[in-house]
Design a protein around this ligand. Structure first.
Ligand SMILES: C[S@@+](CC[C@H](N)C(=O)[O-])C[C@H]1O[C@@H](n2cnc3c(N)ncnc32)[C@H](O)[C@@H]1O
Length: 233
């Protein structure tokens, strides 16, 4: 019996897939190495670019953690969400600033990050038994499908280095959300004057969602990826 040779099309597709996988792997290595450097050098400042986070003393570190509580509350208020219980995921958690802010809203909290050094530091800084920190791999997020009730993210999407990475992150976000779960995240964008602002802050300030370029496309993509999920952007 003879086996049919793969068609030229299938062969080309396999080559394309392989080269996309290799490119994603390489990008992951570069991004992870860059954020490891930031994690090893002034991590508080690279997470929250405020001069008082350079060599922060105890009082500046207290401010750092307080901003996490404040920002997650602002996200939840903006989305008009009450506590969801279950597992809350903080995508791009850095030192766990926002992961801590998830405590009042969820039973367990998981921080995910591309930088293993950030993850190690976040673990060192956390003494909360409900909290865990895990590194992201080039293949995706180390979480089961439909395992999270809430996913949040701030100051991360603007750092994703390729469109493919942004799409992969949205796909993973949708995969890990349980039906009826919520995703609330900030996307930084340019104002007409060229300033970079975080979209949800802009919306909160102006009360207008039409000021967010591309937000509707992203919302549609998310909902299409995860039917049954109420996505709040
Ligand atoms: C500016 S910090 C913000 C950290 C945290 N979200 C906060 O607000 O405190 C950006 C974080 O995103 C992480 N990051 C960058 N690219 C990532 C990716 N592709 N996947 C996951 N995390 C990423 C970095 O390692 C860094 O910890």
């Amino acid at each position: 019996m003879t086996t049919a040779a793969p068609s030229a099309d299938a062969h080309e597709r396999a080559l394309r897939d392989e080269s996309a996988r290799a490119a994603a792997q390489e990008q992951h290595t570069i991004d992870s190495a860059a954020w490891n450097v930031f994690a090893n050098h002034q991590p508080y400042y690279h997470v929250l670019s405020d001069p008082q986070m350079l060599n922060p003393g105890q009082s500046a570190r207290d401010v750092f953690w307080a901003t996490g509580t404040r920002d997650v509350k602002a996200l939840m208020d903006f989305a008009e969400l009450s506590p969801t219980g279950g597992t809350g995921v903080d995508f791009g958690c850095g030192l766990g600033r926002l992961t801590r802010g998830l405590i009042p809203f969820t039973e367990c909290q998981v921080g995910l990050d591309i930088s293993p050094v950030m993850i190690a530091k976040a673990r060192e800084l956390s003494s909360f038994p409900s909290m865990d920190f895990l590194p992201i791999s080039p293949e995706g997020w180390p979480l089961d499908s439909a395992s999270a009730s809430l996913v949040i993210s701030l100051l991360v999407f603007s750092h994703l280095s390729t469109v493919e990475l942004m799409e992969q992150s949205l796909r993973e976000l949708a995969r890990v959300l349980r039906p009826g779960g919520f995703a609330v995240f900030g996307i930084q964008t340019m104002t007409s004057r060229g300033a970079i602002v975080t979209w949800f802050q802009q919306v909160a300030r102006h009360g207008r969602t039409d000021r967010a370029p591309n937000a509707e496309q992203i919302r549609r993509k998310l909902v299409a990826l995860h039917r049954g999920t109420t996505g709040v952007l």
